[in-house]
Design a binder for this molecule. Structure first.
Ligand code: NAP
Ligand code: ZN
Ligand code: ZN
Length: 353
């Protein structure tokens, strides 16, 4: 089936309206009419070919929510009309140790929602800046939030799970002092989730203008990281830091803030590397520097259910598909509170956008 989408034909080209095709649902497939799609900074890295290996045409988008419009004969978990989500993963090998543990995100055969290998035209996966997507039910998530919150649920499918997974893995909870670095799409979810898990949350931002806003998100303290005195006040005091910054920066400034045995997990994935941190800063306090990649399907469902139970959604600014290039420019300036979400109806209603 031919549908409308928004994507780019080359890394140095703006995104534009395009027609793409989706397969008819196979026996295990769920066909989803996409209502909304969040805009992740990874979309920018990938579609602008800042990361290696972008396949064109590139249709980004892996924070997908919508309604089931058809299911294959063998689908048991979903029916037309169901409210569902699709995150960063649409397939994996299904038999390795990672898949068996529900950590499909670490499977060597993981197929990302866009820019992954596919038997469907054009030979690679195309993401959620589109009217529709067809996904094997194993990788489809159930949404239990009220329907009215659907647009604000979309960012949970990447920003939510990418912060939830490390917070859970490093067992953040009551009695922990946790730093969240970079208050963008991921960071603002990190604040909300760490707060809901019972931690003492310190937000680190380069933007003075986010000082009060970060408190409203659930940060108990906010530090403007450009201010050395404010940073020094937290030296050696944090159990865990989640670093979401999308650009290279001095990691030592944050490692110094960890307690003995503390860990900083990097989730931000800048196109060029961070300057290497000092070894002594790690060994003298047995500190760890770690990384974390999105999350598996079962933990994504766990996160969605936790958020539904606790009334947690993203803070969003809705845009039309044809506003995406401006939205990218604003994200590059840190000018978004805190996630752009595309109203996918704009793909259809604008006709020839
Ligand atoms: P975003 O909404 O653009 O937020 C990034 C934040 O980083 C900014 O709001 C800003 O916060 C801070 N920042 C400080 N200096 C910056 C600079 N020079 N350039 C850009 N940002 C700067 O991005 P996001 O969607 O949260 O994604 C953040 C990073 O995580 C990206 O690199 C993305 O590719 C990556 N990511 C990784 C995973 C994973 O699985 N590991 C998953 C999703 C995304 P302040 O204004 O508060 O300083
Ligand atoms: Zn993402
Ligand atoms: Zn696998």
């Amino acid at each position: 089936m031919t549908i409308k989408a928004y994507g780019a034909h080359a890394g140095d080209q703006p995104l534009e309206a395009m027609d793409i095709t989706r397969r008819a649902p196979g026996a295990q497939d769920v066909q989803i009419d996409i209502a909304f799609c969040g805009v992740c900074h990874s979309d920018i890295h990938q579609v602008r070919a800042e990361w290696a290996g972008t396949l064109f045409p590139c249709v980004p988008g892996h924070e997908i929510v919508g309604y089931v419009s058809a299911v294959g004969d063998a689908v048991s978990g979903f029916k037309p009309g169901d409210l569902v989500g699709v995150g960063c993963i649409v397939d994996s090998c299904r038999h390795c140790a990672d898949c068996a543990e529900g950590l499909e995100n670490y499977c060597d055969g993981m197929v990302p929602t866009y820019n992954g290998p596919s038997a469907d035209a054009p030979g690679h996966t195309l993401g959620g800046y589109a009217e529709q997507i067809v996904v094997d039910e194993r990788y489809v998530l159930r949404i239990r939030h009220p329907e009215a919150q659907l647009a604000a649920v979309a960012p949970l499918l990447c920003a939510g799970i990418t912060t939830w997974s490390p917070l859970r893995h490093w067992q953040v909870g009551p009695g922990h002092k946790v730093g969240i670095v970079g208050i963008g799409g991921l960071g603002h979810m990190g604040i909300k989730l760490a707060n809901a898990l019972g931690a003492q949350v310190v937000a680190f931002t380069t933007s003075e203008s986010k000082r009060e806003a970060a408190k409203a998100l659930g940060a108990h303290e906010v530090v403007v990281s450009r201010n050395p005195d404010e940073m020094a006040a937290h030296a050696g005091s944090l159990d865990f830091i989640l670093n979401t910054v999308a650009a290279p920066h001095d990691l030592d400034a944050f490692i110094t803030l960890l307690k003995r045995d503390g860990t900083m997990a990097l989730v931000g994935a800048p196109a060029t590397p961070h300057p290497s941190p000092g070894v002594f800063n790690l060994i003298l306090k047995r500190r760890s520097l770690a990384g974390s990649l999105i999350g598996g399907i079962p933990e994504t469902q766990e996160m969605l259910d936790f958020c539904a139970e606790h009334g947690i959604v993203a803070d969003i600014e809705m845009i039309r598909a044809d506003e995406i290039n401006t939205a990218y420019e604003r994200m590059m300036q840190g000018d978004v509170k805190y996630r752009f979400v595309i109203d996918n109806a704009s793909l259809t209603s604008a006709g020839t956008l």
